[in-house]
Design a protein. Structure first.
Lengths: 374, 374
């Protein structure tokens, strides 16, 4: 593995928060960072140029979906995912595990891997650690994630033990199969459910294998938010300080802030994009459901404090009109705004860290919402 | 009416084709021109900035749809349609007649106007010439169309006689109700079905009333293409040379070329936008149905001769993938390309006219398709 490096630029003195920078062959990523989700080789409704304008330095793509449609071999043949989707900045790919395990009845786990049936046509497949890495490399991923099991919550301790141990063995197989000198970084994923000792064991064993970065998996799976924060607080300090730390599938703006405070560098979540398509928009004063009748004749921008393309040029009334009329531009504009909100939030967090004002930033963040929504 | 002017720049010597320029308070329109359709205050899937990049100098908005949703009074209160949809170039509004008459059972015509039920909620409305103009002015339309009946085809001559006479009386009522000194131009619409003498009578009577421009209505309603061309060929020369001529609801690239050859200056049609959403794309070698399996691994741009954003950055394989995956970006990219194709066609037609090469252009246009599709 070459071309991948993490530089810790600044450690906050009042919290675990830290500012850093990831260097890849396809560009730098300032951390803490949020990665928009581009499931099928497109961040739904947003052009790559708009993603750049918004400030996205990396996006996430889903191995499971691209494996089934249009197929990793086709994408490889066409020059890789970056070229296919016209995105030249870094791409992190998940391992496909999360989607496969979400299939419930349609999948079966063995030591070898996870047998599953496609949600599209019912065809049968076996996803193994080796195949997962093969797919991710074929896509041309800059950051490859190990194949692991995302343990449901709640779960019996005995199941968590077995699953976590298996995920560690799978992580080793992923490490073994990634060619030396690959341009792609490989991240391990800490599992262990909500069991502290198993989280610790997982974190330690993964570090023995050695990865370019470490993620926390199995969070945001239905547990109480306070428990998720506790797991972050306990697990993140178990990871090496000289590698990026990524909490997978998280979360709300509040979750990001709390994750950063506990030492996380990277996040991804469908929340800003999926919510946008459902007309739920993030603002400096909290969430807005744009379909509400109160916005019918509201000529103000969605968020007067927001400098995004949407807030500079359109009214709440227009956004409501587009949404209630089921216009394509509703998804386009709403997603643009929500992703801008997320990127802007991360940029402000980084700025606050740089200025040594992260604690004040958090306080103001919560205060503003209280004032404006009361 | 002020601020509106048509300048005939060049009359082709071998055909009725002509090059001109329309001046409005919101900018110039080079003719022959194609107007993208933005039914509900948005050209589906295309941002206003992209429309400009594509070269659109004017768009069309639908009075019927905007009257029902979100309502012309709301749009007026919010500063007009241009501000509402963030489009500062000219907008032509139709009269709502075409949509109302398309409602079939749901509408009833009297001398006063057309009573109809909303296709959205079944509510009852009466659209009159006066209300149509009122709505269009409230929207802030730059070019207001008279309220008329689009006669179905085929139709009994007696019906065509009655309808055409009524449409002429309605046109007079529209003229009467448009305030002197309005910034909006008013266009008359020649009806008369497929009856030559009635077309002539309509054209003459409308000119007696006097309008800033003249349209041909009631074409592209299911008649043979050759009959449509015959009607254009007969009717367009009946109109004054110093006013723009607009054939409504037309058409295919071939139709535009043939319309220009017969003296038409303006066109509108949902074809490029609607086809795009259905995966049917216009190219220099004819139509392409992008969902076809042959494009699965086709790394070429959709149209190698096209310089649009889509053809510069994406492959046929990617466009097929987006379409078969029902991704939002499929509509966005497909519509962008199709509209570019239409705008580019008109630009090339204008250039050919300027160079005195229109006849050659038409010959090459047809020849290229023959060669490339054979």
């Amino acid at each position: 593995m070459s071309g991948f490096k993490y530089a810790l630029l600044q450690q906050d003195s009042d919290s675990q928060a830290r500012r850093g920078r990831i260097y890849t062959q396809r560009g730098e990523i300032d951390t803490p960072a949020f990665m928009p989700v581009g499931t099928l080789g497109t961040v739904k409704g947003v052009l790559p140029e708009a993603l750049k304008e918004i400030g996205a330095q990396i996006i996430l793509a889903n191995t499971y979906h691209l494996y089934l449609r249009p197929g990793h071999k086709l994408i490889q043949q066409l020059g890789g995912l970056h070229k296919f989707m016209h995105w030249d900045r870094p791409i992190l790919t998940d391992s496909g595990g999360f989607q496969v395990f979400s299939l419930g009845e349609l999948r079966k786990i063995t030591e070898e891997g996870a047998a599953f049936q496609s949600h599209i046509d019912g065809s049968k497949h076996l996803l193994t650690p080796e195949l997962s890495v093969e797919i991710q490399l074929a896509l041309g991923s800059d950051i490859v994630m190990v194949f692991d099991e995302c343990i449901p919550h709640p779960a019996e301790r005995s199941y968590v033990v077995d699953s976590t141990n298996r995920s560690t063995r799978w992580a080793q197989r992923c490490r073994d199969v990634l060619p030396k000198g690959s341009q792609s970084a490989l991240f391990g994923i800490v599992q262990g459910g909500m069991e502290l000792d198993l989280r610790k064991q997982s974190a330690e064993q993964l570090q023995e294998i050695g990865f370019e970065g470490y993620a926390l998996g199995g969070l945001s799976v239905g547990e109480e938010t306070s428990l998720m924060y506790d797991m972050m607080e306990y697990s993140l300090p178990l990871l090496p300080t000289d590698r990026p730390r990524y909490v997978m599938g998280v979360g709300t703006p509040e979750n990001l802030l709390e994750g950063v405070a506990r030492g996380c560098d990277m996040f991804d979540c469908v929340m800003p994009t999926r919510n946008a398509r459902n007309g739920v928009l993030f603002t400096s004063f909290g969430k807005v459901s744009i379909k509400q009748a109160q916005y019918r004749d509201d000529e103000r921008p969605l968020d007067p404090d927001c400098q995004c393309y949407v807030c500079r040029n359109y009214s709440r009334a227009y956004l409501r009109h587009l949404y209630t009329s089921k216009e394509i531009l509703a998804s386009v504009l709403n997603t643009h705004h929500n992703l801008y909100y997320y990127q802007q939030l991360m940029a402000e967090i980084r700025q606050a860290l740089e200025n040594g004002k992260f604690t004040e930033f958090c306080r103001d963040f919560y205060k503003k919402r209280e004032v404006l929504t009361s």
